[in-house]
Design a protein around this ligand. Structure first.
Ligand code: ADP
Length: 584
């Protein structure tokens, strides 16, 4: 844990660590001294010359005041390190996640990232001063008192030296019992949180399929698991607490017995014995503090490990060569050469070979699940081929610097994600350097200006969380404007399968054909309109290209695409007929 903490503390605050460690030791020594000084005070007070006690009281005062000063400085340093920790880790996590390959974002890692990011800054800021310092103090104080006891009575010192590892061992064993149950409990709770979020998000679908009660979804299973884990936690806590309490009683008997024996034998005077009994209590106190703090320490250890897991998440593979032959706005030639790719060992694309000419528009058509979106992800560099090569103007896509690759490609996702900002902000995400003119041009192309005109604050209207203030079609248009504002040489569009209204469909197709930028475009198309404008068609099925060529070539061939085309035209005919009937 200390190693993880040191790794997370930023370089500029690390210099303070040595001072922090030295002052922690000084603080412990001063506290041990203040406990042990009771012995000479009581001995002097009940001795032949009670006035001597004043000098020891003076020493006690000096040690106590010194302890306060040291603790104040320690708290300042502790908070300084805590602020540095909170500040840098939150930035480091945000930065890291933007350069982490997508395959890292499994359900487990996403949950870890979510919990690490949700960790409140006060928890991190106060970690060193409020938790680590008292913990270190409680851990070292009994040892420091034991060393001091040897100067008062070596026999009591030996008793302390025996009790110390015994108590620490018992505490560790009881904590281990609780920790095991705690880990299962935390895992069950975090699974429940994920299931509940999923349950809330999928309400619409669950209600439609009449699976609305929690017990009938996966949430029901997660709730049962949490109940079981909580019961186990309680069952483990009892023997854990019992073990430590028995060990404390044994230590108490050992120390008190030693003091009593020495007093009865006349080796210790009564005042010294009374003082040592008080010192004994001070010796045992920190173990209770350790037991109290260990739960918080355990949860902080989990937090630090999660922070560490996110800040050290793997990086996107570094380029071997960042020389991209094309400028960011030049439409490149894209070639797939015997590309194979699969998810978690399941093959999806098999031996895929095709070329997309510079500035051309290609429609990727095929049944659902055939691998169309996967092709787009590979071009965008979100995944790497497992076999074969993807060349961009002759350069292997894996050799292109991730930054240059990001600049090269603009994507319209099937389910566009808008964040809670203004429409203009959401468009500018595509190209933060874009001037107002460029944003307005993109808005006009994607017909976002129609939406903006209706809204009271125009382009400055907020879109609500995840764009909920806009309709599905409007969100789609904003996301198209976002893609068009970016001067990228490659435009990838994963067209929504859900039925957008005809007006929206037409505006998307229009926006793409009116886009003045020369780009190599790839559209996953489900509608005739989008396909009609394509220079080239790839018909994909079961991860293979079963047909490719121009629309005329493929319709003339009478194969799979011709069948698809015929069915689309028939259904378009039906739609026109139905519209006409509706108007009549
Ligand atoms: P399409 O776009 O043609 O509908 P996709 O490329 O989305 O097809 O998916 C092809 C296959 O890969 C499907 O069987 C799908 O279930 C699977 N798949 C897609 N994305 C993932 C993923 N992230 N993890 C695992 N399997 C995936």
């Amino acid at each position: 844990m200390i190693g993880t903490l040191i790794r997370l503390i930023p370089g500029h605050a690390r210099g303070q660590l040595t001072t922090y460690v030295v002052l922690s030791l000084v603080s412990v020594i001063l506290r041990a001294a203040s406990a042990l000084l009771l012995v000479p005070i009581l001995v002097a007070l009940f001795g032949s010359n009670p006035g001597d006690a004043w000098s020891w009281v003076g020493a006690l005062t000096a040690v106590t005041v010194g302890g306060w000063v040291v603790d104040m400085v320690l708290a300042r340093i502790g908070f300084g390190i805590g602020f540095a920790l909170a500040d840098t880790t939150q930035h480091a996590m945000a930065d890291r996640l933007t350069v982490t390959p997508l395959r890292w974002f499994t359900a487990d890692n996403t949950a870890v990232a979510r919990q690490a990011i949700a960790a409140s800054a006060p928890e991190l800021v106060g970690f060193v001063a409020n938790l680590l310092s008292p913990f270190i103090g409680a851990l070292l104080l009994p040892a420091a008192i034991t060393v001091g006891l040897f100067f008062v009575s070596w026999q009591v010192g030996v008793a302390g030296a025996i009790a110390l590892p015994f108590l620490l061992g018992a505490l560790a064993a009881s904590q281990r019992l609780v920790r095991k149950a705690d880990a299962a409990d935390t895992a069950a709770h975090s699974a429940l949180t994920e299931r509940l979020v999923e349950f809330a998000r999928t309400q619409q679908a669950l209600r439609a399929s009449r699976r609305v009660t929690a017990a009938r979804s996966q949430t029901g299973g997660a709730i049962t698991a949490v109940r079981g884990a909580t019961v186990r936690l309680l069952l483990f806590q009892i023997p854990g607490q019992l073990l430590f309490s028995v060990a404390s009683q044994i230590a108490l008997i050992l120390l008190a017995g030693t003091i009593t024996t020495l007093t009865l034998r006349g080796d210790l005077g009564a005042p010294a014995a009374v003082a040592l009994m008080i010192v004994m209590v001070r010796f045992l106190e920190p173990f209770t503090v350790l037991a109290d703090l260990s739960g918080a320490m355990e949860s902080s250890r989990g937090l630090l490990e999660r922070l560490n897991a996110v800040t050290t998440a793997p990086l996107d593979e570094q380029s071997r060569n960042d020389q991209l032959p094309s400028g960011e706005s030049r439409a490149p030639r894209i070639e797939f050469r015997s590309v194979e790719f699969g998810y978690q060992g399941t093959p999806v694309l098999k031996d895929m070979t095709f070329t997309l000419e510079p500035g051309s528009t290609t429609a990727v058509v095929g049944p659902s699940g055939s691998g169309k979106s996967t092709i787009l992800s590979l071009i965008a560099g979100l995944h790497r081929p497992q076999r074969g090569q993807i060349l961009v103007d002759g350069t292997d896509v894996t050799a292109i610097d991730p930054e240059a690759r990001r600049a090269l490609v603009s994507v319209v996702f099937q389910h566009p994600y808008l964040f809670d900002g203004t429409i203009a902000d959401n468009i500018r995400v595509g190209h933060p350097e874009a001037g107002d003119d460029a944003v307005h041009r993109a808005m006009a192309l994607a017909r976002v200006d129609d939406i903006v005109e209706r809204l009271p604050d125009g382009a400055m209207s907020r879109v609500g969380e995840a764009g909920t203030a806009l309709s599905g079609g409007e969100r789609q248009r904003v996301s198209i404007a976002r893609a068009l504002v970016k001067p990228a040489g490659v435009l990838l569009i994963d067209e929504a399968t859900s039925a957008l209204d005809t007006e929206n469909e037409a505006s998307i197709t229009q926006a793409i054909s009116d886009d003045p930028h020369r780009r190599t475009r790839v559209i996953i198309a489900h509608r005739l309109d989008a396909i009609r404008n394509a220079d080239h068609v790839l018909f994909v099925d079961h991860g293979e290209i079963v047909e490719q060529g121009s629309i005329d070539e493929l319709t003339a061939r009478g194969g799979r695409f011709a069948e698809f085309w015929r069915r689309q035209e028939t259904s378009a005919g039906w739609q026109i007929a139905a519209d006409a009937a509706g108007r009549a």
